[in-house]
Write a protein that binds this ligand. Sequence first.
Ligand code: AMP
Length: 112
Amino acid sequence: MFCRIVSGEVPADVVRTSARTVAFRDIAPQAPVHVLVVPRVHVEHAGALDDTHAADLSDMFATARAVAEQEGIADPSRGYRLVFNVGKDAENSVPHLHLHVIGGRPMTWPPG
Ligand code: AMP
């Protein structure tokens, strides 16, 4: 599915693109800001990353920071959460690596 968003075949609410990533709003947001940063290259999940993905990962984190800045939550007085889910217990539902950028409200941990 996310490969088809990256290719433009499936529409998404894209907030930012870079050479190696596409960032778009989550379809079921958990907070006022909930953006997914997806590498253009297909990687199943964070547990499948290796040395060849260093540039993609670097771009994903830079894009996450840029998204936080453009959404007005980058300053630590606001802040945001970055999440990678891997596997069943984490409820990873889409088999294409994605970094959740979640913010715009205070978050407690563990979730209720
Ligand atoms: P995860 O549990 O880490 O696999 O998260 C997958 C996320 O993708 C969930 O938060 C979904 O709401 C979101 N999602 C699934 N399909 C789409 C889509 N077509 N566009 C935007 N977000 C999606």
